[in-house]
Design a protein around this ligand. Structure first.
Ligand code: NI
Length: 183
């Protein structure tokens, strides 16, 4: 039996892998009354722990088996992204992209639900997202570059879309090990 990794801030949740139907569903909007409940706050905390333990920069509710429209995000510099600007702990609830640049750019993406592989994915360079925070406050965020990419990836999860659906050349799909050889 494999021992599950534990993080200091609590239990780690099981991450659903591609093929699981929940990853292909449009997620349910979260009613305001559910936010700020103890159950919701605890789930958010566990999702951050799970994401940290798995070395991810984002984790959407369907990836831990919850049919709910929210995701957690936090990014630091990584081996593959030594120049990435850090992105502070963020919870996005019922998010939607309300506008985006016409320009797109390609970069590598991975996903905790598609273990050990990476692919080149085109994303909008700039986006404006409308969402709520964990307390239900409406927020409007303008994002660009890597941050815009992470948000687009997570918002896609809430609409049943995986990054491989956005790739236009499946030949760029590589294992993480192979990609690390290139940097
Ligand atoms: Ni993902």
């Amino acid at each position: 039996m494999k021992k599950k990794k534990q993080s200091p801030s609590g239990k780690v949740l099981r991450i659903t892998q591609f093929g699981n139907p929940i990853l292909r569903k449009k997620q349910k909007k979260i009613p305001a009354a559910m936010l700020r409940t103890r159950t919701f706050t605890a789930l958010v905390r566990k999702m951050f722990s799970t994401m940290h333990a798995a070395n991810g920069v984002g984790l959407a509710a369907p990836q831990v088996g919850r049919d709910m429209s929210f995701a957690v995000i936090e990014a630091r510099k990584t081996k593959l992204r030594p120049d990435a600007a850090p992105l502070a702990k963020t919870v996005i609830v019922n998010p939607r992209i309300i506008s985006h640049s016409r320009k797109m750019e390609y970069d590598w993406e991975g996903c905790l639900s598609l273990e050990s592989v990476r692919g080149l994915v085109p994303r909008y360079k700039e986006i404006t997202v409308e969402c709520e925070d964990a307390s239900g406050k409406k927020i409007l965020r303008k994002l660009k570059g890597y941050h815009a990419r992470v948000f687009q990836h997570e918002i896609d999860h809430l609409n049943g879309i995986l990054y491989v659906d956005r790739m236009d050349d499946m030949r760029t799909l590589v294992t993480q090990k192979e990609l690390e050889k290139r940097v």
